[in-house]
Design a protein around this ligand. Structure first.
Ligand code: GAP
Length: 482
């Protein structure tokens, strides 16, 4: 399904129609690369976050979780290298002195071509831009702007400076100007909140190396290419774990986490053929090994998670910039040292997009007329991730059926998410549940009153069974926990 734009657009439309994801502040025409999660999307996202948290912390005795603030002391970002190195290209017009982001300029031209009906030219232009951005080819990007005769909207001229870097961090003011406000940043990654708390956690938790610190939370980047739905956002959520190890053992632990994280992705029910490693050939100056786990989205294989062996770079830099000793005494070897770090860093929004892409299907299904089929849109979420686990549907709004259904609802709702619905035909209600990925529907009918049985309908197989009312809760619990 590489580069299946049609499927991607259908998925985006489905997400909006069924309460998964909406453009942010849509009534004001939205905000570029910012999205809101709706009633089903936020529950799906929470289920993925909870599963990651449990896999990392509860399932590993030597990994603990924290929740650090988004705002951090500004020196944090000098120490981490983000102030100097976390940037993207921009260009100025010499006549108007107006500054543009290179991607905005070229995207504007592509939009103009699109409006003129030159769709292929627009696509080629965007592809050329992406290719040049990927390799930081600034002269190539400037030439593209000149070749396309892209003019400044104010001066109308094509008199451009060379392209320079633009920092991706969002900044704001802490305190009022009269108090002498200082500039601080919205964190561009959650990892630094873990590094600056290394000693706090190690000492108060009496943690022995090797051990890990995990955290989930928002990160912010003024992204330069932001056209791919929730794949690349300006406000997004990360789930990161820093594993602190004895120097010299970091590559062994890197290999361990590389394998472990791929297993985790497979445990989400992802088809292994749609997962791959992408080893980094060009390493960041602080890393001695790095790999991405990629998923085959409808827009092709792309990064969902990065695993990096970051050496002792981060803790050493914080030691240097803070002037505080950040070291660990290893009594097994009777030595003090700055630990090395192996990082696993996964985007929660990209995980949501991966699960949505994997689950989405437009499937031909039989109808009452054997010569015809119908199309249903179904989300095949694994039961433990589905936003709603069980739909409880009385066949009619009378004859005591709603009362039996409500009783079942009361028994189940403290254990898992249920949905009660009595409107519309049963077929229409089933379809709505398929569209949001509810694995089980239970119908209460007149026979229920006679023999205490209900019809349970399975989302994926469309099979229907008659089971005892009293068995419903355990059946669903088994599927969720299994
Ligand atoms: N601490 C390391 C770090 O932040 P990264 O590769 O820049 O590394 C880690 O980001 C993960 O965060 C990525 O693999 C991706 O899933 C997610 N991510 C990064 N930028 C993103 C964005 N603009 N929108 C959505 N997710 C993003």
């Amino acid at each position: 399904m590489a580069n299946d734009q049609k499927k991607f657009q259908a998925l985006i439309a489905h997400c909006k129609e069924y309460g998964f994801i909406f453009p942010s502040s849509e009534i004001y025409d939205g905000l570029s690369a910012v999205y809101d999660y709706g009633q089903n999307g936020s529950q799906l996202k929470k289920n993925i976050r909870d599963y990651w948290w449990k896999s990392m912390t509860q399932m590993h005795e030597n990994i603990v979780g924290i929740d650090a603030a988004i705002f951090m002391h500004p020196t944090t970002w000098k120490a981490s290298g983000h102030v100097d190195n976390f940037s993207d290209p921009m260009i100025d017009n010499k006549d108007s002195n107006k500054r543009y982001r290179v991607d905005h300029l070229i995207e504007g031209k592509a939009e103009q071509l699109e409006n003129e009906g030159k769709t292929t030219e627009a696509k080629v232009l965007l592809q050329q831009m992406d290719d040049l951005l990927k390799v930081n080819d600034f002269p190539g990007l400037k030439k593209l702007i000149e070749d396309q005769k892209i003019a400044c909207s104010i001066s109308g001229t094509v008199n451009w400076t060379d392209i320079r870097q633009f920092n991706l961090m969002f900044s704001t003011q802490l305190g009022s100007t009269t108090e002498g406000a200082s500039e601080i940043y919205l964190r561009p990654e959650t990892a630094q909140g873990i590094f600056v708390n290394f000693l706090n956690v190690q000492k108060t938790g009496r943690m022995k190396i090797p051990f890990g610190i995990a955290q989930t939370g928002k990160a912010f980047r003024n992204e330069i290419v932001a056209r791919q739905f929730i794949f690349r956002m300006r406000e997004f959520e990360q789930m990161e774990m820093q594993y602190f190890v004895r120097p010299g053992t970091e590559l062994e632990w890197y290999a361990f986490w590389k394998a472990e994280r791929l297993k985790w992705h497979k445990s989400l029910g992802i088809n292994p053929e749609r997962l791959q490693y992408h080893d980094h050939s060009k390493l960041a100056h602080y890393a001695n090994a790095a790999v991405d786990i990629e998923y085959n989205f409808p827009i092709g294989f792309k990064e969902v998670e990065g695993i990096h062996s970051r050496t002792d770079y981060d803790l050493s830099r914080h030691q240097q910039f803070s002037g505080k000793k950040i070291q660990y005494f290893d009594n097994e070897i009777n030595k003090n040292y700055v630990p090395c770090v192996v990082e696993t860093s996964i985007g929660l929004d990209r995980s949501v997009l991966m699960i949505l892409s994997e689950a989405y299907e437009e499937e031909a299904v039989p109808t009452a007329d054997p010569t015809k089929t119908d199309i249903r849109t179904v989300m095949h979420f694994p039961a433990f991730l589905a936003p709603i686990k069980l739909a409880i549907l009385p066949l009619l709004k009378k004859d005591g059926l709603p009362e039996i259904a409500r009783k079942l609802m009361d028994e189940c709702k403290s254990q898992f998410y249920c949905w009660y619905e009595e409107k519309d035909s049963i077929g229409k209600r089933y379809r709505r549940q398929d569209a949001i990925g509810t694995p089980f529907c239970v119908t209460i009918d007149h026979q229920t009153k006679e023999d205490d049985t209900v019809t349970i309908r399975y989302r994926d197989s469309l099979k229907q069974d008659r089971i005892k009312l009293g068995e419903v809760k355990d059946k669903v619990l088994k599927a969720i926990n299994g």
